[in-house]
Design a protein around this ligand. Structure first.
Ligand code: 3HC
Length: 648
C-alpha cells in the first residue's frame, strides 16, 4: 500500500510511502483520494496531516508516467480534493517537496516543514510547467513576482526562505509529524484557509512584464521558463478555475514537446551517470577533511566548493606569499557571494571557518582526500605526489586536477597507485557543476565510488572518464574548436561562428569564450607539442598569429575581438589577419551560413564522441551530453549532441 490512513485521536495522518522519492504515481494518487475520502467520512477524524515516509516528501509527479496516457485521478484533481476538504489538512514536509509535491502541499490548508526541507517547482528543467496548480496557487500565497521567479528558475527554496515568504507556517522543532498533528489540532474548528481562494496580491504589471522579458531572454531558446512565468502572471488576471484549466493545457502541450523529451533525456542521463559498472554496491571511503594543494584560481574555487558543502579544508601553498594570495582569493570569492546576496554574513563566517591555511605539506597528514591544483606540469605534479605519499595516511585518496597530463604517469610515483584518481573540475570550480572523475588504470573501485560520492556531496555532477588526452570534455572541445578554426580559415569570421552557436543556444560562442579564458595557455601547449605534431595534419595558424601579436584576449584588451572601448567589438585587424592566413594557406574564402556552421560543429563533436565511445573512454553517449551541457554551455534543452545524433 503506497498510501495509508493512520488515526491518532482527532487527527488522521495520511502517509505516503512510495520509495525512493514518493513520486505521485497512479497508485499514490488513487491512494490519496481514497484516504482523503475515508478521513473526511470518519466523524472521529477532525483534522488531517499529509506526510511521507522515507527520505523525502513527494518529489514530484512520476516522470516515468510522462509519455504514457494519463490515468485518473490526475494530480490536479487530487490537489483540488485536498484543498476542498472541509477538515483542515496540514502538509508535513521533509526532504524535497518538488513539482507535484510542492503542489500537493499548496493544496493543503497549512504547511509545516523540517528545518532542512526544500521546496521548488523544477518542472521547467524538464521542459514543462507545473501542471497541478503551482502557477496559480503559489502567486496567491506569495505574490506574482516571487512566484514568477520560483516557477521560471526551478530553483529550490530552503525552509528558512519558505518561512520568510510565508509558504510554510511553521518549522518543526520536534518530531515533524507530531508537530504537524499539534498544528492540525489547533486548526480544528477554525475556517480552513484555501490557497486557491486567496486573492492574488496586487503587483506592478509593468515591472512583471519586464521580469517576464528578462526571463525569456535568459532562457536562450528554452520555452518552459517563459511559459511558466506567463502562467503565473495569468493568475493575476483570471479566476482560479480558468487559470488551472489553462495551466493544464499548457502542461499537456509541453509534455509532448521536443524540448521536454530532450530535457527528460538529460534528467535520466544524470541518474545514469552515477551507475558505473564495477562499483555497484561498493561503499565509498569516508571523506571529511580535504586537502587542496595550490590556491590559484582553480585551487581557490575547489577549496570554496568543499567549504561550501561542509568539509573541513586544509589549503596548502608552497610559501607564505602564495598562501596569502590564495587566502585573499578565497576571501574575495566569499565577499562576492555576500555582495550578490547568495549567502549571508553568518554563512560566510561559518564557511570561512572551515578553511585552514598552511605553507607546509605536512599539514595534510590528517586529510582523507588531497586534491592538487598546482601548475599543469608533469615534473611538478610527480614531485608533489611522491612527497604526499610519505605524508598522508596509506588509505587517504590522492586526486589530480590535471587537464591534459596523463594521471597514470602521475600515479606511477605514488605509493599505492590504486588510490590516485583524477578529479577534473571546471573553472570557476565553485560555480561549475561538472567534475570529470578520471578512472586511472589501477584505480581501486572504492576510490572511484568515493570520487563520485564526493562530487555528489559537492552538489556537482560527476561523470566518469577514462584516461586520454583532454579526457572527455577537452578532447571533444578540441575537435569542436578544430572545426571552428577550419571554418575560420575557409571563410567564416569569429563573429559569424560565435553568432551561429549563440543562436543555437550556447551562452557564448567559442571565440568570445576563448578571449575570456585567455589565448596564452593553449598557445604554450601548442608550442610544447609542435615538435610531435603530425605535419600531414591540417594546422590553422590564426590563434598563433593573434598570440604573436600580443592578443591574449580580454586581459590584454584584445584577442579575437577588441575590448578597447570596454565592450566586445569586431576588430578589422583580426579580419585582415585571418584573411592573410587563408591566402597563405592557398584557400579561397567563401561564406558560411549559420546553419552550416552549426552543422559542421555538431558533426565534428559527434565524430569525436563516437571515437571516445569506441575507445571505452566514456561509458555511454549520454555521458558526453552531460559533459557538453554542464562544462561547455551546450543548451540542455537540445538534449546534447549525442542525443541529437541518436547515439546512445
Ligand atoms: N519520478 C520518478 N522517479 C523519480 C523522480 C520522479 N519525479 N525523481 C527521482 N526519481 C527517481 C530517480 O530516477 C532515481 O531512480 P533510480 O534510483 O532508479 O536511478 C531515484 O528516484 C533517486 O533519485 P536521485 O538519484 O535523483 O536521488 P537524489 O537523492 O539525488 O535526489 C531528488 C532526489 C532531489 C528528489 C531528485 O531525484 C529530483 O530532483 N527529482 C526530480 C524532481 C522533479 O523534477 N520533480 C518534478 C516532476 S514534474 C511534476 O511534478 C509535474 C507536476 O507539476 C504535475
Amino acid at each position: 500500500m503506497s498510501v495509508t490512513l493512520i488515526r491518532d485521536g482527532s487527527v488522521g495522518v495520511i502517509l505516503i510511502d512510495n520509495p525512493p522519492v514518493n513520486a505521485a504515481s497512479h497508485a499514490v494518487r488513487t491512494g490519496l483520494m481514497e484516504a482523503l475520502a475515508e478521513a473526511n467520512d470518519d466523524p472521529d477524524v477532525q483534522a488531517i496531516v499529509l506526510a511521507c515516509a522515507g527520505r523525502t516528501f513527494v518529489a514530484g509527479a512520476d516522470v516515468k508516467e510522462f509519455g504514457q496516457p494519463p490515468r485518473a485521478p490526475l494530480l490536479p484533481e487530487v490537489v483540488n480534493a485536498i484543498e476542498a476538504s472541509p477538515k483542515p489538512v496540514v502538509a508535513a514536509v521533509h526532504g524535497t517537496a518538488l513539482g507535484g509535491g510542492f503542489e500537493l502541499a499548496l493544496g493543503a490548508h497549512a504547511r509545516i516543514a523540517s528545518a532542512d526541507a526544500q521546496f521548488g517547482l523544477p518542472e521547467v528543467k524538464l521542459g514543462i510547467i507545473p501542471g497541478a496548480g503551482g502557477t496559480q496557487r503559489l502567486p496567491r500565497l506569495i505574490g506574482v513576482p516571487a512566484a514568477m521567479e520560483i516557477a521560471a528558475s526551478g530553483r529550490r527554496l530552503s525552509a528558512a526562505e519558505a518561512v520568510k515568504l510565508a509558504v510554510v507556517e511553521r518549522i518543526a522543532t520536534g518530531d515533524l509529524v507530531d508537530d504537524a498533528k499539534t498544528l492540525a489540532r489547533e486548526l480544528i474548528g477554525q475556517p480552513v484557509r484555501r490557497t486557491g481562494e486567496l486573492a492574488v496580491p496586487a503587483f506592478d504589471v509593468d515591472a512583471a512584464d519586464k521580469q517576464l522579458a528578462a526571463i525569456e531572454k535568459k532562457a536562450r531558446g528554452q520555452v518552459s521558463p517563459g511559459r511558466a512565468a506567463r502562467m503565473v502572471l495569468r493568475a493575476g488576471s483570471t479566476s482560479l478555475q480558468e487559470g488551472l484549466a489553462e495551466e493544464r493545457a499548457a502542461f499537456r502541450e509541453l509534455v509532448s514537446s521536443e524540448q521536454s523529451v530532450a530535457l527528460r533525456h538529460v534528467f535520466a542521463a544524470e541518474r545514469q551517470a552515477a551507475k558505473v559498472p564495477g562499483i555497484e554496491g561498493v561503499e565509498p571511503r569516508p571523506v571529511r577533511i580535504v586537502g587542496v594543494v595550490g590556491a590559484g584560481l582553480m585551487g581557490a574555487g575547489i577549496a570554496v566548493s568543499f567549504a561550501d558543502t561542509g568539509f573541513s579544508v586544509v589549503v596548502v601553498e608552497r610559501d607564505m606569499a602564495a598562501l596569502e594570495a590564495g587566502q585573499a582569493r578565497i576571501r574575495d570569492i566569499y565577499q562576492r557571494m555576500l555582495k550578490s546576496g547568495r549567502i549571508g554574513e553568518a554563512a560566510m563566517t561559518e564557511r570561512l571557518s572551515r578553511l585552514s591555511y598552511f605553507d607546509e605539506r605536512k599539514a595534510l597528514a590528517a586529510c582523507d582526500l588531497v586534491i592538487e591544483a598546482v601548475f599543469d606540469d608533469l615534473q611538478v605534479k610527480q614531485e608533489l605526489f611522491a612527497s604526499l605519499s610519505g605524508i598522508v595516511r596509506p588509505d587517504a585518496i590522492l586526486a589530480t586536477n590535471t587537464s591534459y597530463l596523463d594521471p597514470d604517469v602521475i600515479a606511477g610515483v605514488v605509493t599505492g597507485p590504486e588510490r590516485l584518481i583524477g578529479l577534473h573540475f571546471f573553472s570557476p570550480a565553485n560555480v561549475m557543476r561538472l567534475v570529470e572523475v578520471v578512472r586511472t588504470a589501477k584505480l581501486a573501485p572504492d576510490v572511484l565510488a568515493t570520487g563520485l560520492a564526493v562530487a555528489k556531496k559537492l552538489g556537482k555532477l560527476g561523470v566518469v572518464s577514462g584516461v586520454c588526452e583532454g579526457f572527455i570534455g577537452n578532447r571533444i572541445f578540441t575537435a569542436y574548436r578544430r572545426e571552428c578554426d577550419f571554418m575560420l580559415e575557409d571563410g567564416a569570421l569569429p563573429q559569424d561562428i560565435d553568432a551561429a552557436l549563440e543562436g543555437y543556444g550556447f551562452p557564448m560562442g567559442p571565440y568570445a569564450v576563448n578571449d575570456m579564458a585567455g589565448l596564452d595557455i593553449s598557445w604554450a601547449r601548442r608550442k610544447r607539442n609542435a615538435a610531435t605534431r603530425d605535419p600531414s595534419e591540417r594546422y590553422v595558424v590564426i590563434a598563433d598569429r593573434l598570440c604573436e601579436a600580443g592578443r591574449f584576449g580580454r586581459k590584454t584588451g584584445k584577442g579575437y575581438y577588441t575590448y578597447e572601448s570596454g565592450e566586445k567589438a569586431v576588430d578589422p585587424k583580426v579580419t585582415a589577419l585571418i584573411e592573410a592566413a587563408s591566402r597563405e594557406a592557398g584557400i579561397e574564402r567563401r561564406s558560411f551560413s549559420a546553419s552550416e556552421i552549426v552543422e559542421r560543429v555538431m558533426t565534428g563533436i559527434v565524430a569525436e564522441g563516437r571515437k571516445i565511445l569506441a575507445e571505452g573512454i566514456v561509458l555511454r553517449g549520454s555521458d558526453i551530453d552531460l559533459v557538453l551541457i554542464n562544462g561547455y554551455g551546450y543548451p540542455a534543452w537540445r538534449g546534447g549532441p549525442m542525443f541529437q545524433a541518436g547515439v546512445e
